[in-house]
Design a protein around this ligand. Structure first.
Ligand SMILES: Nc1nc2c(ncn2[C@@H]2O[C@H](COP(=O)(O)OP(=O)(O)OP(=O)(O)O)[C@@H](O)[C@H]2O)c(=O)[nH]1
Ligand SMILES: [Mg+2]
Length: 284
C-alpha cells in the first residue's frame, strides 16, 4: 500500500487525535527502539498536553540493548515513562496493565480514598506506521481485531479494546506520519522499513546505512562479509561485491545487486541488532 502524507491528511489525523484524546486518561505512544527519534510523530507531545504518556520502544529485540537503555533514560521525564518491549513475545496484558496503573496511580488512589471502585484506565494507542500498533492490540485482545503487516499504513478503523478489567485501549486514530524533518530521519525510516523503498534513492539509503555500520558496527561487516572495513561506503560495497562474486562483464561490480542484497541482509538482521539512532550523539 502506498502512503503519503499530505497536508489534508495531517490536518485530519491531528483533528481526530485532538478529539480522541478527550476520551482517554493517558496515551501509549509506540516508537521503534531502533529509531526512537525518527519514529515519533512530531505532534503527539503537543496534543497529549499534560496527560500521562507511556512510550513503548517496540522491536527491542532488533536494537542494541545498552543503546535502548540510554534512550529510556533520555525519554523518561515527569509524566512520561519509557519502556522497551518485544511486542511479539512479552506478556503484554500484564506489562501494560501494570505500567498504566503505575502512571495513573494518583487517580486510582484518589478514587479509592473516596470509596469509589477504580474505573478501567482508558489509553489511546498512537504511533507511526509499522511500529507494531496492530500487533500490540491483537495480542492484548487475544483475537485478531487489527490487521498487521510489515507494510506501512495497514490500520484504518478505530476501535476500543478491553485488555483487562483495569485497562481499555483506544486503537490509533488515523495514520500518523513520522518525524521526517531532517534527511537522516528519512534514511533510518527507510532502512527499518517504516517508509517505502521508492521514496528515497536506494544509493543514498545504502550509503547512510553503510556509514553507520562502518562507524558503529564494523565487526558486523567483518563477520558477515569477511572484508577489511574502510571509511568509504562504496569502497566497502566494492569489497563485498568482490567477495560475493557479484561481478558483471568487464570485471565491473554489480552495484544494484550488491546494494539490494546488503540492505536485505541488514533488514533481515543477518548482521545483528542495530540501533540506527543514538540518544546522545549530535552527529551520526
Ligand atoms: N521483531 C519484532 N517485530 C515486531 C515487533 N512488533 C511488531 N513487529 C513486526 O512489525 C511489523 C509491523 O507491525 P504492525 O503491528 O502491523 O504495525 P502497525 O503499527 O500496526 O502498522 P500500520 O498498521 O501500518 O500503521 C509486523 O511484521 C510485526 O510482526 C517486535 O516487538 N519485535
Ligand atoms: Mg496496523
Amino acid at each position: 500500500m502506498s502512503i503519503q502524507w499530505f497536508p489534508g491528511h495531517m490536518t485530519k489525523a491531528k483533528r481526530e487525535m485532538e478529539e480522541k484524546i478527550k476520551l482517554v486518561d493517558m496515551v501509549i505512544e509506540i516508537r521503534d527502539a531502533r529509531i526512537p527519534n525518527a519514529s515519533r510523530n512530531p505532534l503527539i507531545q503537543q496534543i497529549c498536553g499534560h496527560k500521562p504518556r507511556l512510550i513503548i520502544l517496540s522491536k527491542k529485540d532488533k536494537a542494541e540493548e545498552n543503546v535502548t537503555k540510554q534512550w529510556i533514560e533520555k525519554l523518561s521525564e515527569n509524566n512520561v515513562r519509557a519502556i522497551a518491549l518485544d511486542l511479539l513475545k512479552e506478556d503484554l496484558t500484564k506489562v501494560l496493565t501494570n505500567e498504566c496503573q503505575l502512571m495513573m496511580k494518583e487517580k486510582i488512589d484518589r478514587q479509592i480514598r473516596k470509596g469509589i471502585r477504580p474505573t478501567a484506565i482508558k489509553a489511546m494507542v498512537v504511533g507511526i506506521p509499522n511500529v507494531g500498533k496492530s500487533t500490540l492490540i491483537n495480542r492484548v485482545a487475544k483475537r485478531k481485531v487489527a490487521q498487521t503487516g510489515d507494510r506501512p499504513g495497514v490500520t484504518r478503523a478505530l476501535q476500543w479494546v478491553k485488555v483487562s478489567t483495569q485497562l481499555e485501549l483506544l486503537d490509533t486514530p488515523g495514520v500518523l506520519w513520522p518525524k521526517f524533518e531532517e534527511e537522516k530521519d528519512g534514511y533510518v525510516l527507510a532502512v527499518t522499513g517504516a517508509i517505502r523503498d521508492e521514496i528515497l534513492p536506494m544509493e543514498d539509503v545504502f550509503a547512510y546505512a553503510m556509514n553507520i555500520l562502518i562507524k558503529h558496527y564494523p565487526k558486523y561487516l567483518v563477520d558477515r562479509y569477511n572484508i577489511e572495513v574502510c571509511e568509504d561506503p562504496f569502497e566497502c560495497m566494492e569489497r563485498i561485491a568482490r567477495k560475493r562474486g557479484f561481478i558483471m562483464s568487464g570485471n565491473e561490480i554489480d552495484t544494484e545487486r550488491t546494494m539490494k542484497i546488503v540492505m536485505k541482509e541488514i533488514r533481515g538482521e543477518q548482521l545483528g541488532r542495530i540501533s540506527w539512532e543514538l540518544p546522545y550523539a549530535n552527529k551520526q
